[in-house]
Design a protein around this ligand. Structure first.
Ligand code: SF4
Length: 421
């Protein structure tokens, strides 16, 4: 049973920083392990080997504990070189002042690409490369102009009826292509994620009755501890005009151990609650991730996925189709495919828009509609998400619209011109 009367603890929390990089939860979590010994025994041997070799003091119960995973994350060049054979390109990313986004990789996620070579797609999203130091044409530190749409710290108000609530700057792992490079893993005064800034954000939502949808993001809100998640959700749920709450998270992919029974007990108090899960590649759909998504889905939380189209990682319709099929099998509906935002140092990740359109043309009609996300560009300058589609309307004459199907055959649809008498 979740304790709802949190006034005293909330008061304590108000004096504290909500979370910063040193505030990784350290205490053990009773009953926090999400999988049974049986599940642990089923761990692929390569993963067991990884833990045994690089974390010899730990055992299976540690590996299933999200706090152990967070505490033992790989965060610097020294740790990376102890585990991976880095290329000159990767080592160069740490030269001089190095990349601006810190490194953070959970042992679990590192085990998914350990021993799979320099070109492994997951490795490319986590270990920085020299190209990340290059600022190319059209790139910006804040490509979506979120800082200009921030009426109070932590709130981004871009659309009329919904806001982003940036709850933390911390993530389970840092994606090298992150749009919020400027914010996540950093320690900027204007974005201190403390109780005061939460208060200001909540008061802003309370005073704007047009806001019916709040998307909690960051950073990754599911890296907050249970108490803080409960506080935030309960305060948002208490606002009468907030109809739905959404949580954006990559935790099920990089830290699936975080989806504990205790967290589920909290989340299911706050329906209607939706989740947008960030997935990149089919290799992320492991037994651990499947189990995490099952728990969320069983708690009645509708799950959608968000994927960034990334060069050399998932810019192939076979790869994306495989990812989308695997997601549907774990009850996650592909929701958005994003064109990669032109954030500084992202040119090596970005693909031509035409490539995204071609991928969409290879999905629509060739697989279930549920496996086809909406391809969008989040317009630089703060224009919001703009859907882009292959052209299916060939033209029209007076009484027909000419449509091209997925096999490139043209069909006439009767659509008489309106006549006025
Ligand atoms: S999980 Fe999201 S916010 Fe965190 S680094 Fe990755 S893309 Fe950025």
């Amino acid at each position: 049973m979740i304790e709802k009367n949190t006034t005293q603890r909330e008061a304590e929390m108000r004096r504290d920083i909500i979370q910063d990089d040193d505030d990784v939860p350290l205490e053990e979590e009773p009953g926090g392990s999400q999988t049974s010994e049986e599940d642990v025994a089923k761990q692929p041997s390569a993963v067991s080997f990884f833990y045994k070799r690089f974390f010899p003091e730990s055992g299976p119960a540690d590996h299933q504990n999200w706090k152990w995973q967070t505490r033992n994350s790989i965060k610097d060049l020294k740790q990376l070189t102890e585990i991976f054979t880095l290329t000159d390109d990767e080592v160069s990313a740490f030269s001089n002042s190095g990349v601006s986004l810190p490194v953070r990789i959970t042992p679990y996620y590192a085990s998914l690409f350990y021993g799979k070579g320099y070109d492994n797609p997951l490795r490319k999203t986590m270990i920085p490369r020299k190209d990340e130091l290059i600022v190319s044409f059209g790139e910006s530190g804040d490509p979506l102009c979120e800082d200009h749409m921030t009426p109070v710290p932590n709130i981004v108000h871009r659309y009329p009826d919904r806001v982003l609530f940036l709850a933390t700057e911390f993530c389970g792992a840092y994606c090298r292509y992150c749009t919020r490079h400027r914010l996540v893993g950093q320690d900027h005064d204007e974005f201190r994620f403390n109780a005061l800034s939460w208060d200001l954000g909540i008061k802003y939502i309370e005073s704007h009755t047009e806001i019916r949808d709040v998307i909690i993001s960051g950073g990754d809100p599911l890296t907050l501890d249970d108490f803080k998640i409960n506080i935030l959700l309960s305060r948002l749920r208490a606002i009468p005009h907030v109809e739905i709450i959404r949580i954006g998270t990559k935790v099920p992919a990089v830290l699936p151990q975080r989806i504990t029974p205790r967290l589920i007990d909290i989340l299911k108090n706050y329906h209607p609650l939706f989740m947008s899960l960030h997935f990149t590649h089919p290799d992320e759909i492991t037994p651990e991730t499947s189990h995490a998504c099952k728990q969320l889905a069983d708690a009645g939380i509708p799950l959608g996925s968000q994927t960034v189209l990334l060069k050399g990682i998932n810019n192939d319709y076979h790869v994306l189709k495989d990812l989308y099929h695997k997601l549907l099998k774990i009850r996650v509906r592909p929701y958005y495919l994003y064109q990669c935002d032109p954030v500084e140092g992202s040119a090596h990740f970005r693909t031509p828009v035409q490539e995204g359109l071609d991928i969409m043309a290879h999905l629509r009609g060739f697989t279930s509609g549920y496996a086809v996300p909406t391809y969008v560009i989040d317009a630089p300058g703060g224009g919001g998400k703009i859907p882009i589609l292959p052209e299916y309307v060939e033209g029209r004459d007076n009484d027909y619209v000419y449509l091209r199907n997925f096999e490139k055959k043209v069909f006439k649809y009767p659509d008489p011109s309106h006549k006025t008498d």
